[in-house]
Design a binder for this molecule. Structure first.
Ligand code: C2O
Ligand code: CU
Ligand code: CU
Length: 447
């Protein structure tokens, strides 16, 4: 059985080591969730075209902004320069303008599931929540493992939309922005509850991307364990069996599922998750979502053979001890502006592109501690260099991450090495309304 409705279109592959792609951001009418919706798409698609590359490839992406507002393209999780015509989130492409992004993936870039989306401060949540997101796959270690490569692969981009009765995307009010906008229409690759086929005794491989502006997904598949083989930026050393996988905005997971149950249909659910309260006395609403059906796994056919996953997947390097520990306090406070809405801060300050908040040296290793003093979860993301999350015993977990969930009232440490590239980069909360409302800092990597 084929994968029903899942966007498998390959936007760009790299036969000769060059990924060449034209990409246009534009507002138009889409058919989504059985109705019409006025949203933003890349190349007329929601989500945008899948880009596939290999380590060492040269990427050339001719971008055209056909929106009525400035935008740009950020390559979330890729280890490429944060400057020039590479992953430069300080750039703004004006309406009607074109810009050619061009960069090389290093030859040792980890394979993984990355993605691209707009990154103009103040407009990011609006543009992502209207549909602008696309997957950027780097083929690597996992793809060379026969037991994994033998399984049919599907990409699941999770997005939610807030549409009016007329199908027009709604702008949230200030309160919704403070909590982080969530839309009632939840889609996988632009479809409501698509079907994914599985052979009895066979395996399927899912690359799941949380492309929502603020919504969390607590993934659970009825009667089937999820074998997690990869997280944000790459492979795990060995498969980890989980009953559920939580994906905060910006996070990805790669999971294998075995068709080990009686024939039938099994729902991939998102279970309720409480991401906190606004705090400051009054609680205008909690941030809980109900159980939702994301997709349905349908048995069809029988695998010709049955096989197990290998215990060993990939080597993930151990980072050396850090020389510096930095703390980032995640806060919120009342803004000075009109309306006096809430602002989100890092170390007491809101984002200013012209102020350097953190200076680091190239070729050093640092530990960063995020301290969440608010009542709401903040998934923190750092551009350019991935990190490893430090476990309670201070030992880095062997997995490259670029988003780490810092729960309400919690503190989390990550270890990162600044490699290859100098220049200004960014770190921020990936609840994109929080980023737009100030929870972002500028990081300068100096040579
Ligand atoms: Cu996916 Cu700076 O973001
Ligand atoms: Cu990013
Ligand atoms: Cu946040």
């Amino acid at each position: 059985m084929s994968v029903g409705g899942l966007a498998q279109a390959k936007g760009a592959e790299s036969p000769n080591g060059v990924v060449d792609l034209d990409l246009e951001a534009k507002q138009q009418w889409f058919r989504i969730g059985g109705g019409r919706a006025l949203l933003y798409g890349y190349n007329g698609q929601i989500p945008g075209p899948v880009v596939e590359a290999r380590p060492g490839d040269h990427v050339r992406l001719r971008f055209r902004n056909s929106l009525g507002e400035p935008t740009n393209v950020h390559y979330h999780g890729l280890h490429v320069p944060p400057t020039g015509s590479a992953d430069n989130s300080f750039l703004m492409i004006a309406p009607g303008e074109e810009f050619t992004y061009e960069f090389d993936l290093p030859a040792w870039h980890p394979g993984g599931t990355f993605w691209y989306h707009p990154h103009v401060h103040g407009l990011t949540a609006r543009q992502v929540s209207r549909g602008l997101a696309g997957v950027f796959i780097v083929r690597g270690e996992l793809d060379r493992i026969e037991e994994i490569a033998a399984a049919p692969e599907s990409i699941l981009v999770l997005q939610d939309f807030d549409l009016g009765a007329d199908g027009v995307a709604q702008e949230p009010d200030l309160m919704e922005r403070m909590m982080g906008r969530q839309g009632g229409l939840v889609t996988v690759n632009g479809d409501v509850n698509p079907k994914i086929g599985i052979e009895r005794n066979g395996w399927i491989r899912l690359r799941i991307v949380n492309g929502s502006a603020s919504r969390f997904y607590r993934l659970h598949l009825e009667d089937h364990p999820l074998q997690v083989i990869g997280v944000d930026g790459g492979a795990l050393p060995s498969p980890e069996e989980r009953d559920e996988v939580l994906l905060a905005p910006g996070e990805r997971a790669e999971v294998m599922i075995r068709g080990s149950r009686p024939e039938g249909s099994y729902r991939l659910l998102s279970l309720p998750y409480d991401r906190g309260v606004m705090g400051m006395g009054a609680t205008p609403g909690n941030l809980r979502g109900g159980t939702m059906v994301l997709a349905t796994i349908v048995y069809a056919g029988q695998a010709g053979r049955s096989w197990d996953l290998p215990r060993y997947l990939a080597g993930v390097e151990a980072l050396p001890e850090a020389t510096i520990l930095r703390r980032f306090s995640l806060g919120q406070g009342m803004g000075m502006g009109i309306g006096g809405g809430m602002q989100f801060t890092i170390n007491g300050r809101t984002f200013d592109a012209n102020r350097v908040d953190t200076r680091v040296r190239l070729n050093t290793v640092e530990d960063w501690e995020f301290v969440n003093v608010t009542g709401m979860d903040h998934p923190m993301h750092v551009h350019t260099n991935p990190f490893q999350v430090l476990a309670g015993n201070g030992v880095p977990m062997r997995a490259w991450k670029d988003v780490v969930l810092v729960r309400a009232g919690a503190r989390v440490r990550v270890r990162t090495a600044f490699r290859d590239y100098t220049g200004p980069a960014m770190y921020h909360c990936h609840i994109l309304d929080h980023e737009d409302l100030g929870m972002m800092g500028r990081l300068d990597i100096q040579g």
